[in-house]
Write a protein that binds this ligand. Structure first.
Ligand SMILES: [Mg+2]
Length: 117
C-alpha cells in the first residue's frame, strides 16, 4: 500500500484527505504543521508528500526545502488556494502544483501519475 503524508494546518482538509485517500486504498499520514511534517517524514518514509503552502509558522515552501535537503527523490505536490505562488521559483523544487479545491480529482490524478513513475 502506498503511503502519503499530507501536511495542512486546517483540520477539515486533513480529514477530507484521510477519508478520500484511505477509501481509495492509500495509507494516509497527517501532519498539521511543518515541524510535525518533518518528524513524520523521518519516521515513516512516505512514498509521496502533499504540502499546503499557506500555514502559520513554517510555510509549505520551507517544509519543501527541508525535505529536499533530506531527499531529492520523494515526489512532492504543493497545494494552495492562492494562484500567486505559481510565479514563485521555489515551487520548482516540487513535482507538481495543485490549486486547492473541494473536488480532489486533480489531486488524485497527480498522485497516481507521480506514483506510477
Ligand atoms: Mg493552510
Amino acid at each position: 500500500m502506498k503511503k502519503i503524508l499530507f501536511v495542512d494546518d486546517e483540520e477539515s482538509i486533513r480529514l477530507l484527505y484521510k477519508e478520500e485517500f484511505e477509501e481509495n486504498g492509500y495509507e494516509v499520514i497527517l501532519a498539521s504543521n511543518g515541524e510535525a511534517a518533518l518528524e513524520k517524514f523521518a519516521q515513516t518514509s512516505p512514498d509521496l508528500i502533499v504540502i499546503d503552502i499557506k500555514m502559520p509558522g513554517m510555510d509549505g515552501l520551507e517544509v519543501l526545502k527541508k525535505i529536499r535537503e533530506q531527499s531529492k527523490d520523494v515526489p512532492v505536490i504543493l497545494c494552495t488556494a492562492y494562484g500567486e505562488y505559481k510565479q514563485n521559483l521555489e515551487t520548482w523544487a516540487s513535482d507538481e502544483y495543485v490549486v486547492k479545491s473541494a473536488n480532489l480529482e486533480s489531486l488524485f490524478n497527480k498522485v497516481e501519475e507521480l506514483l506510477a513513475r
